[in-house]
Every structure is written in C-alpha cells, then in structure tokens.
Design a protein around this ligand. Structure first.
Ligand code: FDA
Length: 388
C-alpha cells in the first residue's frame, strides 16, 4: 500500500468495523495498527494449546444485540451458534440463577410465590430505605431489599471495587433488574450467540480485504515506530481507539480504570462446574467469578479428561495494567471533559471505541457506533479527499 488514505489505530471491533466499511464502501486504502500481536482487541480468543478449548483471553465475551443493523453486519463475517448465556451464583454452598428472577427469589426464600406475590415481598423489603440513597448499599437495598442485597450484592461489589459498598457512590448501580418470570437467560436481546468458528476467525475475515493492511506490534504513541502520532497526525486522517488520556500524554492526569487478574488453569477433569460462569458472591472467596470455557461451545468435541478454567479477580488498574472498566469517579468526569475539549481541537483525528471515549461499550455498541461514525463523520469528510 503506497500511502494509506486512513490510519486506524487499534484493531478492536470499533477499529475493524471502521476499517472494513471505509475499504468496502468508500474505496479507501486503510492501514490498521495495533500494539498487540493479534487483531480483535479485547474480544480476541485462541485455543488453549494442550486441550484445544477456545479461551477468551481478556475475559468472557458473549455476543448479544437487538440492533438489526449490527446483527446483519456481523453476520457478513461469521455465523453464530445458538448459545444462550446463563450465570449461576454460589452463595454459602448453594447455587442460584442470576440475574434476579422469580427462580432466584423463590429459591432464596424457600417459597413458591407467584409473580405478584414475589414483587410485593421484595417491594416491602426495599421500602426500608426512605429518602434519596447516598451510597451504593442504600441504593441497592432500595431496589431489591436487604436480604437479596446482603446475599448477592454486598460481598461481590466489595470484591469488585475493593471498597465497602457503603463508601461507594449510589450511581455505581443504576438498575438491579428482577425478572418476574422463570426466564433465567442472562441477556434478553433478540439475538445472541458465539461465533461458530471462534472470534479470531471472525476478525481475520474482517481484515481480509485488498485495501486493508494490518501492522501489529506497533504502538502509535511511540515516535520511534514508522507509523506514529508524530509522523501521521496532520498528514493523513486518523481514527484513534487507544486510551484518550494517553494520546494527550496524560496532561490532565490519568483517567481511572478497574482491571481483572485472570488466573488460567487446566484441570484434569471433563467438567469442573457444569456451566460456563459461576459468580462467587461471598467475601471469603477471593475471586469474583470462575469461567469454564468448554461450556461456551457445547456443540464442539472437546477432550473429556481436561477442562480450562479462569478465576477472575477485580482490582484498580495501575499504569501498566489492561484498562477494563472505567471507574467514572468525580475526578474522572472532570478530566474527561478536559480531554474531550482537547479531542475536539485535534484536527484530522476521530476518537472512538471504549478507550478513545472512556466508556464501557458492549461489542454490539462498539460496532454500532463505528457504523454510525463512518456514516456521519468519516464518509462526508473522506470521500471528497480520497482517490476512490
Ligand atoms: P478494544 O479494547 O477491543 O480495542 C482497542 C485496541 O486498541 C486494542 O487492541 C489495543 O491493543 C489497541 N491500542 C490501544 N492503544 C494503542 C496504541 N497506542 N497503539 C496501537 N494500538 C493501541 N462485550 C460484549 O458484547 N459481551 C461480553 O460478554 C463482553 N465481555 C467483556 C468482558 C470484559 C472483561 C471486558 C473488559 C469487556 C467485555 N465486553 C463485552 C466489551 C468488549 O470487550 C468491547 O465492546 C470491545 O472491546 C470494544 O472494542 P474497541 O475496539 O472499542 O476496544
């Protein structure tokens, strides 16, 4: 490729969607760079070598959407299995379905209430909080009552945030939905599933295009790289999906994130926990979740004498950790406004994706916002300047 029409920094789902649409629909030559050694960003997966079991390297990734346009778009590159995600919570030696449903409520209270009775029970328990809650605990109790909060939310939240929930702001929880039915699926989107031949195959198809070139192991913020902020910005349009604060050398201070420690283990058994995800909600268990990857693909033939599990622990991210969940504290919100102002002034650079906008995005949201960014921002600007 002689001189690209567009440089896309970051080969996650936002960057890949922008790159592919600009190549397909606008006829642009696109150079995609990523500092990692694979495409797909955090949604990437690879087989564990000794078992062949597909492991999501940056935490469990389940595809789900109700957005018809996104569903049509992703199906150009992969078919999806009919996997429906379900999560179980382990509390004091018992297993309960999550998110909260009539099944959880009736099992927890050892009753057989109908939906109206169960609603009335929980509403009565939630009524203990009067006025506007000023911490996470009161907010959660006002939504689901104290017994369910104490069992399923308190310990898990304390482990996730390394903070007592009474010290956390109420906004950390906006909703704690309860389904008043026995539908125990985790997502209620119209479409859900997993890529039939894995995430890596999906992403490889997205970049398999004569007008897309990919350069891996390339940190765009390192001026020693052949393609970098120093050499490219101002010369060629750039879509940047790396961390917003890092792009501006943290001038307003770093935005804070939580990260996950993912401890992987191959166990010499055919099945460890009988399901893909178990949340460990009690404080005396140090991890928050255990993932068992074979259960994401019950349709595949995996070994019957080995299984791969990952134990997840959550903590504040240090500078060299993977940023996973934006903290969005008061200081972060002020810093974010200051970075957004800088981003608006940065000519020829579009900031996108979860790191570039400092917000949690599910995969379908990253893809949807990339499709819209091409329609509304890139197509009007780039079609005129590129040799299509
Ligand atoms: P993403 O982070 O994927 O990609 C950004 C890329 O930019 C990375 O590859 C990075 O290496 C690169 N980059 C950064 N700085 C760079 C630099 N200076 N130079 C070059 N490259 C640079 N969603 C969902 O729908 N279902 C799910 O089950 C889950 N599960 C889930 C679990 C966990 C633990 C997390 C943290 C997130 C999820 N998600 C999810 C969300 C999903 O991961 C998210 O939607 C996508 O990663 C968003 O894609 P992006 O392209 O925005 O970022």
């Amino acid at each position: 490729m002689s001189g690209p029409d567009l440089v896309v920094v970051g080969a996650g789902l936002f960057g890949l969607t922008v790159a592919r649409r600009c190549a397909d629909d606008l006829g642009l030559h696109v150079l995609v760079v990523d500092r990692r050694h694979h495409v797909g960003g955090n949604a990437w997966s690879a087989p564990e070598p000794s078992t062949g079991i597909e492991v999501h390297r940056y935490g469990a990734h389940l595809f789900h959407t109700s957005n018809e346009r996104v569903w049509e778009y992703v199906n150009r590159f992969t078919a999806f299995t009919r996997y429906e995600h379900r999560v179980w919570a382990r509390h004091r030696g018992e297993m309960f379905p999550l998110p909260f449903s009539l099944a959880t409520v009736n099992q927890f209270f050892r009753t057989a209430l109908d939906p109206a009775q169960a609603r009335a029970l929980v509403a009565g328990q939630a009524a203990e909080v009067r006025g506007v809650p000023d911490n996470l605990e009161d907010k959660a109790v006002s939504l689901i009552g104290r017994p369910l909060y104490e069992a399923f939310v308190r310990g898990y939240t304390a482990k996730q945030w390394q903070t007592d929930p009474r010290e956390l702001p109420p906004e950390v929880i906006t909703r704690l939905p309860v389904r008043w039915t026995y539908d125990t699926r985790y997502f209620d989107d119209t479409y859900q599933g997993l890529p039939v031949d894995g995430y890596a195959a999906w992403f490889a198809r997205m970049v398999d295009h004569p007008r897309i070139e990919v350069r891996l192991g390339t940190d765009f913020l390192d001026p020693a790289q052949p393609v970098s902020r120093a050499s490219a910005v101002g010369q060629v349009p750039v879509v940047f999906t790396g961390p917003l604060d890092r792009y501006f050398d943290d001038v307003h201070g770093p935005l804070s994130w939580r990260t996950l420690d993912l401890e992987q283990e191959v166990l010499p058994v055919g099945d460890h926990q009988g399901t893909s995800v178990v949340n460990h909600v009690d404080l005396d268990v140090p991890w928050t979740r255990v993932l068992e990857f074979r259960h994401f693909h019950p349709e595949r033939r995996y070994p019957d004498d080995a299984t791969v599990i990952v134990r997840e622990r959550s903590r504040w991210a240090g500078r060299d950790d993977e940023p996973y969940y934006p903290v969005n504290g008061t200081g972060d919100r002020e810093r974010l406004l200051a970075y957004r102002a800088l981003a608006r002034e940065e000519r020829g650079v579009l900031f996108g994706g979860r790191l570039g906008t400092y917000q949690y995005l599910d995969m379908h949201m990253a893809i949807g916002s990339a499709l819209t960014a091409v329609d509304n921002v890139l197509a009007p600007r780039l079609v005129r300047s590129a040799a299509v």
